[in-house]
Structures are given as structure tokens and as C-alpha cells.
Design a protein around this ligand. Structure first.
Ligand code: ZN
Length: 243
């Protein structure tokens, strides 16, 4: 006997926007019009981490968030200003692809506008790069969009914004970022490249923050789990208000 098909159990609740056909996108968007925009960078992250750490981190966290809360993840934007390349007092000219603050602002404005046109009601912009004013520019643009479109919500954040300081603070390739990288893509990390006979410094190792030699996959997992819990609580509130 043929029973009415219940597609709600089998239909996806989330997906990668650029890898889906329109029917699949629309089925998800109808239920959960949330877009996740991972904003990354190509930036020198010392000898022990890959140049795409910020991009990998932002994209992976967005995927996990979408899996938990529903919605569509856009391709990572590896476009950043204020990289370690131009950080005062250090000399790391190689392996960073840097853009102007002006371009970051414009790219962000245009991307958010396009997401409005595509009908998204909640836009989560997660920045993997915490350089300043890069991060503030993204947040400022999101706030301007909140004023412009009061029936939608644009939430720009960095992962450490919603985590306690004793777990994670803004850092560059230090214990926090390195642990996250060990969790999401361990094959891309090599702690053996770091010196064993001296302290780790910003000037010599391009590390800002606590010792990355103490990074572990377990710490990365702990950071991810709490991030997902805290972010999901906020997304749940946004869903109540804006969907
Ligand atoms: Zn980084």
C-alpha cells in the first residue's frame, strides 16, 4: 500500500550553496532562510600552520553551524585586509594576499545586498580573520544592513566573540587557532617546525598569543563545541524574531 510520502525526514535541512541545484537550495531556503557567509583570508600563519587557516576555520565552523541549525553555507571569501604582512614591527612579507580596507567594505556591502535579493532573512557572517580594522569593517557593514533592513538580521562575528576569554581570545596562529586547525584539518599542521629551545615570539614565529606548541585536537574540539552551543542559542533567538 502506498502511504503519503513524508519527505521531511529525508530532505536535507542544510547544504553548501554552490554545490546544489536550485530545487535543493529552494527546499532548504523555504524551511530555513539562513545564509552562512564564512569570511577568511590567505595569510602567513607561521611555519606550523597553512596560509588558509582563517578560511578553513570559518568555513568549517559555518558548516557545523548549518548542520545544527539549518540553512545554506556559501563558499568562503578569502579576502582580507590588515594582515600580518603589514603589521608594524614585524617582517613577514611572504605568503599573505592582502587587500585594501576599501575593497573589504565594498565586497561586504555587495555580498550582503545580494543575499537580501536572494531572500535570506538571517545572514551569519563569520570572520576567521581578526585583523583590525578588517573585523570592525565587517561588523560595521552588518550593523548598517540591520538598520537598512529591519525585518532581517545580519550577524557578523569572530568565533572568540561568543567564547569565554579563558577558552579563546583573538590570536594569530597561537594555541587557539592551532588547536582549531588540529581539530578540523590535522594533516595541515606541523608543530615540529616550531623551535624547541626558546620562547615563541611574534617577531620570530608570527605567533600572537599563547604557545602553539601546547595546542591539541582535544582543545580544538572543546572550543568548537562551546562555539556551536553559544552560536546556536543566538541563532535560535534570531529564528524566533525574524523567520
Ligand atoms: Zn588566523
Amino acid at each position: 500500500m502506498n502511504i503519503v510520502n513524508d519527505t521531511t525526514n529525508t530532505a536535507s535541512t542544510w547544504g553548501l550553496y554552490d554545490q546544489m541545484r536550485p530545487q535543493e537550495i529552494e527546499a532548504i531556503q523555504k524551511k530555513t532562510p539562513i545564509a552562512y557567509l564564512p569570511w577568511g583570508a590567505i595569510e602567513y600563519h607561521g611555519s606550523h600552520n597553512p596560509t588558509g587557516l582563517d578560511s578553513i576555520k570559518a568555513f568549517s565552523l559555518c558548516k557545523d553551524l548549518a548542520e545544527k541549525n539549518g540553512g545554506l553555507v556559501f563558499p568562503v571569501i578569502s579576502l582580507a585586509a590588515n594582515l600580518i604582512k603589514s603589521y608594524p614591527g614585524v617582517n613577514f612579507p611572504k605568503h599573505s594576499i592582502e587587500f585594501s580596507e576599501k575593497l573589504i567594505r565594498l565586497a561586504c556591502e555587495e555580498y550582503l545586498e545580494q543575499l537580501v535579493v536572494q531572500g535570506f532573512k538571517i545572514i551569519v557572517l563569520l570572520s576567521g580573520h581578526a585583523g583590525e580594522p578588517h573585523l570592525t569593517i565587517l561588523k560595521t557593514v552588518a550593523e548598517a544592513f540591520n538598520s537598512k533592513y529591519p525585518d532581517r538580521r545580519f550577524w557578523a562575528l569572530a568565533e572568540f566573540d561568543i567564547l569565554p576569554d579563558d577558552l579563546l581570545v583573538a590570536n594569530h596562529s597561537a594555541i587557539g587557532e592551532t588547536s582549531l586547525q588540529l581539530y578540523y584539518a590535522p594533516e595541515t599542521v606541523d608543530l615540529e617546525t616550531l623551535p624547541k629551545d626558546r620562547s615563541i615570539t611574534l617577531e620570530l614565529d608570527a605567533v600572537s598569543g599563547d604557545d602553539p606548541r601546547l595546542a591539541t585536537k582535544a582543545l580544538g574540539e572543546k572550543i568548537v563545541k562551546l562555539f556551536l552551543r553559544n552560536a546556536s542559542l543566538i541563532i535560535e533567538e534570531l529564528k524566533q524574531k525574524f523567520l
